[in-house]
Write a protein that binds this ligand. Sequence first.
Ligand code: AMP
Length: 416
Amino acid sequence: MIKNIKGTKDLLPNATLNIQDIERHLNVFMNIHGYGEIRTPIFEATELFSRSVGEHTDIVNKEMYTWIDQNDQSLTLRPEMTASVVRAYIQKQLWKIEPISKFYYIGPSFRRERPQKGRLRQFHQFGIEALGSPNPEQDAEIISMAYNIYKMFGINNLTIKINSLGSENIREKYSNDLKESLIKFKNKFNESEINRLEKNPLRILDSKNKDTQKIVGNNAPNIFDYISNKDNEHFNKVTNILDELKIPYTHDQKLVRGLDYYTKTVFELISSDLGGQDALCGGGRYDNLVQELGGQNIPAIGFAAGMERLILAMNLENNENISTDIYIINVESIYIPKAMQLADLLRKELGVAVYVDSLRRSIKSQMRHANKMNAKFSVIFDVENLKQNKIFIKNMNENKQDTILIDNIISYFESE
Ligand code: AMP
């Protein structure tokens, strides 16, 4: 038997109904904040990600789904969406049209990580990107939107961690100092941590190993100590606005995000309800990325959030299946086409959900199915009534039933 690939999921209607609902809320939320949806292709030139996410990140090093296409071009399934949004922005020269572009996206991303609860190989992200504003107000808008999205979905145990990585290239100096401060503990680290320390010291900050975290916590320098006064001012302005907006946050001076393109403000939203994979969403400024990918010098900021982790935090595991308003029960199969015709009329005129059975089941089992689908009404097509152009309608919740002329069915349901 052919099975789905490890780290991917089939979502059945009881799961997709929840997701559709979440997406509907997200669409409205984004639109009322002035953000429009962007949809970019799920595969791109590999170079786009190696140049933006960073050659030495885990994502580019070992997690991308990459293949050589028939014309010898290297292509990759997107591991994240910011790079694609920036590529599209540059390609369409959108700064010429508006001084600020505000986008949101929802869709699948792909990373070959070790699958576990809340961590998949095909996962789904939603996120926002604002390109054009260098100002702290923009940072505060993005962070408060992230916070308000989770509040909208009823997630309470939320922590926002925020930090600044500075605008000039302080990464190199910080990386060197970090390495120097930790190299003396080399014998306490495992092989992969030693490797990280040698090749990309920043990655050691992401270690999930409690002992390593303790060593790092006690000995690593704070990246925040490396930033300039101007960047410090920017950071303070962002936190002042967050205070005014009553958005709670903690300043984590060690927070450095895994992707290379971040500058200045970075942040993460964590939920204590999630266990191991506790990051709900992460983002920050990427003021150099548009230029690095061949565009103008345009500052930008955004975040990406995991849909699966939102759903876990919402505790939406057990959901009802698809429901209907009206279930048309056929006594004889010859009437099924007539029932289908009536169903179409009801859907079109009243915008209600109507279900017609195609299994030629017994009345009893159609009735059972109608109950299972939470039908509010069943409409029974039986020979005797149909001879007089009538149908029998049963209100499934109240003990009420009527026999009416088929021609009156629209006005009947309109008054119900
Ligand atoms: P990142 O692009 O790494 O900053 O990730 C942004 C968000 O996407 C994270 O906070 C997670 O919620 C989610 N995410 C990242 N990788 C995965 C994954 N492999 N499986 C599920 N969710 C993920």
